[in-house]
Design a protein around this ligand. Structure first.
Ligand code: SAH
Length: 219
């Protein structure tokens, strides 16, 4: 796809390209992610507002950024790739495990009908809620707890996005996925999509990734 579809003409009078536009061009579109709704969502979400002040100057860098408490917001390309793999449509209800900063949550909330997001660390979950509410999102539901149990009261979901890495596929999450639905999940250091049709589960490998571990409380 032509980059010019996404980027304003550059010329002597053009505005300088913002760090966010440069991120989208260099880290997302040039690496092959060019789905227009997703690009639009990444353009609409101010990534720097999700990042603690101390690390904010790195908000649009090509790497994961610290959120304190040993957690990180994923590299922009990984957010783009995982969202592309999940491929949410406007009518979808999505479950997200690992709210973290809320950045991935915001991208999902722009593409789907609603997002149910679960975070283990109350400080991060609360901070993400405040950020997302200040930006006006009203289709996100928050829960503090262990994502291994998912959100049974709201299941089944059209899609499930897991942004912390368990060592094995959590059975409860699979049970909360609709037949025909898709889960995107890092297991150990490998990224997978898992699709369900009836009792059949198909797992497809999408390469190596590094995520913080999905912690098993009480384990
Ligand atoms: N998607 C996030 C990045 C998340 S980092 C973003 O865009 O910022 C992974 C998050 O998963 C961390 O916030 C971590 O606290 C959380 N996490 C780890 N184990 C968890 C568990 N068992 N249940 C819910 N959240 C968990």
């Amino acid at each position: 796809m032509l980059l010019s579809r996404f980027f304003k003409k550059k010329g002597p009078d053009a505005d300088p390209v913002s760090p966010q536009e440069r991120m989208i061009e260099e880290q997302i579109v040039r690496r092959g992610i060019d789905e227009p709704r997703l690009i639009e969502a990444m353009r609409a979400v101010p990534r720097h507002q999700f990042i603690p002040a101390a690390y904010r100057s790195h908000a649009y860098d090509d790497c994961a950024v610290s959120l304190d408490l040993g957690q990180t917001v994923s590299q922009p390309y990984i957010v783009g790739l995982m969202t592309r793999l999940l491929d949410p449509v406007e009518s979808d209800r999505i479950l997200e495990i690992g709210t973290g900063s809320g950045y991935q949550t915001a991208i999902l909330a722009r593409l789907a009908r609603s997002v149910y997001t679960v975070e283990r660390l109350a400080v991060l979950g609360q901070r993400a809620r405040e950020t997302l509410q200040s930006l006006g999102y009203d289709n996100i539901h928050f829960r503090i707890g262990d994502g291994h149990s998912g959100w049974p009261e709201e299941a089944p979901f059209d899609g499930i996005m897991v942004t912390a890495a368990p060592s094995a596929l959590p059975e409860a999450l699979l049970r909360q996925l609709k037949s025909g639905g898709r889960m995107v999940i890092p297991i150990g250091e490998e990224l997978y999509t898992v699709t369900r049709s009836g009792e059949e589960t198909v797992k497809v490998h999408h390469g190596g990734v590094r995520f913080v571990p999905m912690v098993e409380d009480g384990a």
